[in-house]
Design a protein around this ligand. Structure first.
Ligand code: HEC
Ligand code: HEC
Ligand code: HEC
Ligand code: HEC
Ligand code: HEC
Length: 464
């Protein structure tokens, strides 16, 4: 049927209006601060000077404990971490300097509020701008601007920096010292503080890319008042106890060389980055991350009872249960589109023959198809898979183990009559990224991400 031009135009206008209203509903513009797409701001909204941000080693003169704990952490290399740098430079190249400044609001806050990022070329950037998440970044945060406005939630660097002689922190009163004065801010003891950076919302399409805080907020940990600090500003051993008992622990020590003994908070900030050392951090933090991953989950095997008298092609059926026992959020959390967690499951005959294998790595180190996986796939505007956060508009797939929750994966295999005493073996494995992504962004400087065995379980299947 031939359409009248005016009618066709009318339909076009109507469909455009539909698209526009769909965009208005689906796409919310996250709030911004005076420094571009990030919400980061200063007390007067004006640029600060880099002279007002000391590098952490300056503060360590009187705070050697915090200095030693922070050095080598991912916070200390948040700007220089080569994997981040490669992603960030790609963001700058593909999405422009505004997007790069957005990333830097969390990874290099001092550089952004001083106006050095994104204008000054990387090679000429002063040390203070490249020092990542330093003492002076966190302790010059005067207020959180998260829980205000229509968004009513922290994220995208929702904090107010007030650089100067006053350091903000959790202590009521502090010993006199020539370096600085101090003011107490209660938010230092709460998860909302961490959430200002640990909630990453796409700056133009509103996709909640990283939302560790939301996962925590809905968990039993939040219900019992266990904050991020109780596990991440603690030794691995203490964090394990906190997760098991749902009770915070107190550690005592000195806040400064000249201070009295009081309750302290270790500044390790360890998560699951077992590649910390090759990313600019140190061995100690990498080892702590490994220990933390090994404490996060347990595995169980549930083998279906055999049918009595089943003599012929016997089928073995079992389920692998993953319990998230130690993480105060989902497993994995945060950059789920990059992190990789999966089950490697095998059934072995008495003579070592492999009767079933799922979740093996191929010759190039990639995970083979059909594995039980945990993580996410983000999609771009064309609906294609993308690992670049600036391109992501939606999640195509996401599967994680909720805090104190569990998942199940079912397996079946034929058990031949000559299998003898067989064994089922399941391993839960983790790495920070699949090798092809590391190769794609780092090129010649690529490395093979370390695979950590988080948990293992075995069960014997006696001969028929
Ligand atoms: C709201 C704060 C925030 C913003 C904005 C942000 N990030 Fe991050 N980024 C984080 C946090 C927090 C982590 C650590 C998460 C973890 O370790 O699981 C992280 C981790 C990363 C990592 C992983 C590094 C590693 O060694 O494993 C990459 C890569 C990264 N970010 C890239 C980017 C890029 C590119 C942008 C901008 C498009 C960006 N980030 C914007 C907070 C932010
Ligand atoms: C000359 C020594 C000295 C230097 C240098 C120094 N501090 Fe302090 N700082 C102290 C002392 C002493 C205390 C009080 C400790 C106590 O009372 O237990 C303190 C306390 C603090 C507190 C706790 C404040 C509160 O209210 O919770 C923070 C935070 C802090 N310092 C951060 C920093 C930062 C950041 C730097 C580097 C820019 C720095 N300090 C450099 C001596 C120093
Ligand atoms: C100013 C922003 C900012 C604040 C505030 C912040 N973080 Fe982070 N955090 C980051 C960035 C950026 C990274 C990732 C650095 C990288 O991997 O390159 C990170 C990484 C981490 C990691 C991952 C380390 C690993 O081994 O995988 C943990 C754990 C962590 N932060 C905990 C916390 C906790 C707990 C708080 C609150 C007490 C907090 N952070 C506050 C920006 C921040
Ligand atoms: C990622 C943000 C972050 C960084 C980086 C950071 N701190 Fe803290 N700091 C905190 C938080 C949060 C607390 C309060 C923890 C609590 O009470 O639960 C704290 C507590 C403190 C305290 C009082 C308690 C204690 O453990 O002594 C001092 C002093 C302090 N920090 C100094 C420093 C110094 C010095 C550095 C650099 C070497 C530093 N901080 C780096 C977030 C940070
Ligand atoms: C009950 C203890 C506990 C609490 C509470 C907790 N975490 Fe964790 N967190 C862990 C453990 C264990 C891991 C290591 C396993 C993993 O990587 O998820 C971890 C890992 C992480 C990682 C690294 C994830 C990755 O794979 O790159 C980040 C980032 C993180 N936590 C941030 C937070 C933030 C932010 C909060 C508060 C909203 C928080 N955590 C609360 C125990 C805890």
């Amino acid at each position: 049927m031939r359409m009248l031009p005016s009618l066709r135009l009318g339909l076009l206008v109507a469909s455009l209006a539909l698209v526009a209203s769909a965009l208005a509903v689906g796409v919310q513009d996250p709030p911004r601060g005076p420094f571009g797409l990030s919400r980061i701001t200063t007390h007067d909204g004006a640029r600060a000077s880099l002279d007002q941000f000391f590098v952490s080693s300056d503060c360590a003169l009187c705070h050697p404990r915090q200095g030693a704990e922070l050095a080598g952490s991912m916070h200390s290399v948040a700007h220089e971490d080569p994997l981040y740098r490669a992603f960030a430079e790609l963001a700058r190249e593909e999405a422009g300097p505004e997007m790069y400044a957005y990333c830097s609001g969390c990874h290099s806050p001092a550089g952004v509020v001083a106006g050095a990022i994104p204008d000054v070329p990387e090679a000429a950037l002063p040390a203070e701008a490249k020092a990542g998440v330093t003492c002076d970044v966190c302790h010059q945060i005067e207020a959180l601007n998260g829980p205000a406005g229509p968004w009513g939630e922290p994220g995208n660097a929702s904090f107010v920096l007030h650089p100067g002689r006053t350091k903000f922190g959790p202590l009521d009163t502090i010993a006199r010292n020539p370096a600085h004065t101090a003011e107490r801010r209660e938010f230092f003891e709460s998860s909302e503080f961490c959430a200002s950076c640990h909630t990453v919302i796409h700056p133009t399409n509103g996709l909640r890319i990283e939302h560790t805080y939301d996962e925590w907020k809905r968990s039993v940990y939040a219900e019992k008042g266990i904050q991020c600090q109780d596990c991440h500003m603690a030794s691995v051993e203490d964090a394990i106890q906190v997760a098991a008992t749902l009770q915070p622990l107190e550690r005592r020590g000195r806040s400064a060389t000249k201070g009295d003994e009081r309750a302290i908070s270790p500044h390790f900030f360890v998560g699951g980055n077992v590649d910390a050392e090759r990313l600019g951090g140190d061995r100690k933090h990498a080892e702590m991350a490994e220990a933390r991953l090994k404490s996060a989950a347990t595995l169980a095997l549930e083998v279906a009872p055999r049918a009595a008298g089943a003599e012929l092609a016997f089928e073995l059926a079992f389920e692998v249960v993953v319990h998230n026992v130690g993480a105060g959020h989902a497993l994995p959390t945060s950059l789920t589109e990059l992190r990789e967690m999966w089950l490697h499951v095998r059934v072995l005959a008495a003579d070592g023959r492999v009767l079933l294998e799922s979740g093996a790595l191929d010759a190039t180190g990639e995970l083979t198809a059909g594995a039980a996986r945990f993580g996410a796939i983000t999609l771009d505007a064309r609906g294609e898979k993308t690992f670049k956060p600036w391109e992501a508009v939606s999640f195509g797939w996401k599967r994680v183990v909720p805090p104190k929750g569990s998942t199940r994966d079912a397996y079946r295999c034929a058990l031949p009559a000559d299998a003898g005493d067989a064994t089922i073996e399941a391993r839960l494995l983790y790495r920070i990224a699949p090798p092809h992504v590391v190769r794609e962004v780092l090129g010649e400087r690529a490395f093979e991400p370390e695979v950590v065995e988080m948990a293992t379980v075995r069960a014997a299947v006696p001969a028929r």
